[in-house]
Design a protein around this ligand. Structure first.
Ligand SMILES: C[S@@+](CC[C@H](N)C(=O)[O-])C[C@H]1O[C@@H](n2cnc3c(N)ncnc32)[C@H](O)[C@@H]1O
Length: 254
């Protein structure tokens, strides 16, 4: 088995998790929707001809891409049910093609822009994958993406004593990887947000509904302890809070 084949185990868990909650995703993915809006501001005014969107999900960011005149848009996601949801929601123009599969291991045609909103944190091998994405881009091609930083849900991981199932790399680390993968960084931004829930159970349900909890986190007695401790430590008048660290990058293939 090659190193890249190894990505399939975890990624099939990710695919199942997103597929399972595809129906309710849009209702609960308020933060991802806001991220999509901000990421759209990183898109060039004049879009290139051929665009590949990785991890398109139910289309929260795809909608922003479709607002531009394009010659070809390839939509990829590892979770078939997320893409089905997208197709039932949006009427896709003829220039769109859907390619379901693991973006870390499948092959894509040459394009001018690769973009993704809130996806790269799920990559098992981010550097290798960035290098491969670089090879799909034509000269002057662009990579524009958003992802989550290590402060994301830090309160939750501390209380539950668990590691993140996603790769939450620092802002500096992402910049290093972008550079190492042969891109030159054009612009970037980071922001920290807090989201509020009426209680910890509400937060847990939200994480599940957005596919961000792709394995059983804890036993039921641990769960009760987690809820109690989280409620005690992170309550405000607005309810319990969770922190999200959001990163945006725009890079170019020289
Ligand atoms: C947080 S959702 C974001 C979806 C969409 N981009 C949005 O803005 O709402 C992450 C998406 O990435 C997809 N995904 C995760 N790992 C992937 C991979 N290796 N290849 C392709 N898609 C992947 C998931 O199935 C899911 O739809």
């Amino acid at each position: 088995m090659t190193k890249r084949d190894n990505t399939n185990g975890r990624n099939s868990v990710v695919a199942r998790s997103f597929s399972k909650y595809a129906r309710g995703y849009d209702k609960h993915a308020r933060l991802q929707k806001q991220m999509a809006e901000r990421l759209a501001s990183f898109l060039p005014d004049i879009m290139p001809d051929q665009v590949l969107e990785i991890g398109c999900g139910t289309g929260l960011f795809t909608q922003h891409l479709l607002a531009h005149p394009l010659k070809q848009l390839i939509l990829n996601d590892i979770a078939a049910d997320m893409v089905e949801r997208l197709q039932s929601k949006l009427t896709l123009p003829r220039y769109c093609r859907v390619e379901v599969g693991n973006a870390e291991t499948m092959e894509f045609q040459a394009v001018d822009l690769i973009t993704a909103n809130a996806v790269f944190q799920w990559f098992k091998l981010p550097l290798e994958t960035l290098k491969i994405f670089n090879s799909y881009l034509r000269p002057d091609g662009e990579l524009i993406f958003s992802t989550f930083g290590p402060a994301t849900l830090a309160e939750f991981r501390k209380t539950a004593s668990i590691e993140s199932p996603a790769s939450l790399l620092t802002f500096i680390k992402w910049k290093e990887l972008i550079h190492e993968a042969g891109f030159s960084l054009r612009s970037s931004a980071s922001e920290t947000r807090k989201s509020f829930f009426s209680n910890t159970l509400g937060l847990l349900k939200n994480l599940q509904q957005i596919g961000a909890a792709p394995y059983r986190m804890t036993s039921s007695s641990d769960l009760r302890r987690l809820i109690k401790e989280y409620d005690e430590n992170y309550s405000t008048k607005q309810g319990v809070y969770a922190t999200w660290e959001l990163f945006y990058f725009s890079a170019k293939k020289p």
